[in-house]
Write a protein that binds this ligand. Structure first.
Ligand code: HEM
Length: 405
């Protein structure tokens, strides 16, 4: 099969918008990804996305940020700061775990601190395993072994989280149908949305399980990865340009640009892959024959010198063309564009127009970076960060930091 790689910014943008290019990155990751939103195509994808999009309406995350996101971030950080050290990967996953579980519709215990901690530990373990399953194409381990571990984790996840969450929602939906409770009393999460639209979506319990597992890992892995890279880039920048970095520490809009610059340089998904269902001609002249395999090289496109001046340089103060997001293609585009963009990345402040605090949506990654820096987080001088030896991707396996007040 012919493989065509697109590495220019404009080609990738155009390819994302082609309806005849279908998802092909997760063919090997079917154990957790089969029939999930990210692999559906055409009418099936449109139906599922319409149902799930309702949860991600504009304004939802502005409300979340004001109501509880900041607290989730600082509460998760507090015990690490008190202990004087943390690993950014663990801190990132722990912060985002509760949020993605909430979006997916997985209830957590509300009892003792030990119970809550144990649930977050379990979710963290599942998210890491599901993520390994989804990106099996990049694994350097035995794929058969990874698949078996993911299947076992799915069973455990089902019993511990999914079945109790389904039972609670089905009971609520029965009461809703009987007019005993209103729309306001129903949880706003993916699981409830799928249960309510069961017949229209034509899904079964296995698909439901994989969709919830997919959400858990899609939201958490990318956010934890972005957070770790954002901190790493910021620390390096603070060494090179201490005055500029110091200004950013006290300016959330500028810190958000730091995060966008990190997303551009270290996209959590460095490539997207698609299969051509029909012949396609791109405006730049590339011909894509039917049946060919198309690699959208996001990491390269995000460093396209035609769009980004001095593309290799981490420069949060850079200027970018008006129609180009500062994160480049890090959140994808077209039909599969990341549904969690606003939750993770917030809403960019319009150039030259300061946004009031009540209007601003910074996004989880910026909130996390802001809290880390405010707590005096810096790289552990005695323990260097480690790259992930089991992935060909640009991921850290550990990133020790210490806190000084
Ligand atoms: C910094 C954080 C994040 C990054 C960099 C990121 C990146 C991406 C990218 C590149 C895609 C498209 C993949 C493709 O076209 O093949 C995507 C899709 C998706 N993301 Fe994210 N994501 C992030 C956070 C989140 C969060 C927090 C959630 C949910 C809670 C989420 C849920 C999804 C879903 C459901 C899709 C599939 C959309 C569809 O197929 O229609 N992501 N993400």
């Amino acid at each position: 099969m012919q493989t065509i790689t697109l590495a220019g910014y404009a080609d990738v943008r155009e390819a994302y918008r082609q309806h005849d290019l279908e998802q092909a990155l997760y063919d090997a990751g079917g154990v957790v990804m089969a029939d999930s939103l990210l692999v559906l195509h055409g009418a099936d994808h449109r139906r599922r996305r319409r149902v799930e999009n309702r949860l991600f309406r504009r304004g939802t995350f502005r409300y979340w940020e004001r109501a509880f996101l900041r607290d989730v971030v600082t509460d998760t950080l507090a015990p690490f700061a008190a202990a004087g050290r943390a690993d950014l990967l663990e801190l990132g996953y722990r912060t985002i775990m509760n949020l993605t579980a909430m979006v997916a519709g997985l209830d957590r215990p509300t009892g003792s601190v030990e119970e809550v901690d144990a649930a977050v530990d379990a979710l963290y373990r599942f998210a890491k395993k599901f993520s390994e399953g989804a990106t099996i194409v990049h694994t350097t381990r035995d794929p058969g072994k990874v698949r078996a571990e993911v299947a076992a984790a799915l069973e455990e996840f089902d019993a511990l989280f999914l079945q109790p969450s389904i039972a609670r929602r089905e009971a609520l939906l029965t009461r809703f149908a009987a007019g005993e409770i209103t729309e306001e009393d129903l949880p706003r999460d993916v699981l409830t949305a799928l249960l309510r639209n069961w017949d229209e979506l034509g899904i079964d319990r296995d698909v439901l399980r994989r969709e919830c597992a997919f959400y858990l890992q899609a939201g958490s892995h990318s956010t934890a990865d972005a957070f770790t890279h954002a901190a790493d880039d910021f620390f390096a920048w603070a060494k090179r340009e201490p005055a500029a970095a110091d200004k950013a520490r006290h300016d959330p809009a500028l810190l958000q640009r730091c995060v966008y610059e990190t997303l551009r340089l270290h996209p959590a998904s460095p490539v997207a892959q698609r299969r051509a269902l029909a012949p396609i001609s791109l405006r730049g002249g590339t011909e894509i024959p039917e049946g060919s395999f198309v690699v959208l090289d996001i990491a390269a496109a995000n460093r396209d010198p035609k769009v980004f001046d001095r593309p290799e340089v981490y420069d949060p103060l850079r200027e970018v063309p008006a129609d180009v997001p500062r994160w480049g293609h890090a959140f994808g585009g077209g039909m599969h564009a990341c549904i969690g963009t606003e939750l993770a990345g917030g809403v960019p402040a319009p150039e030259g127009h300061p946004v009031s605090e009540s209007e601003r949506v910074l996004g989880t990654v910026t909130l996390m970076l802001e809290a880390l820096l405010a707590a005096g987080g810096r790289p552990d001088p005695d323990a260097a960060p480690q790259r992930d030896p089991h992935s060909a991707r640009d991921h850290f396996a550990s990133y020790p930091v210490v806190f000084e007040g």
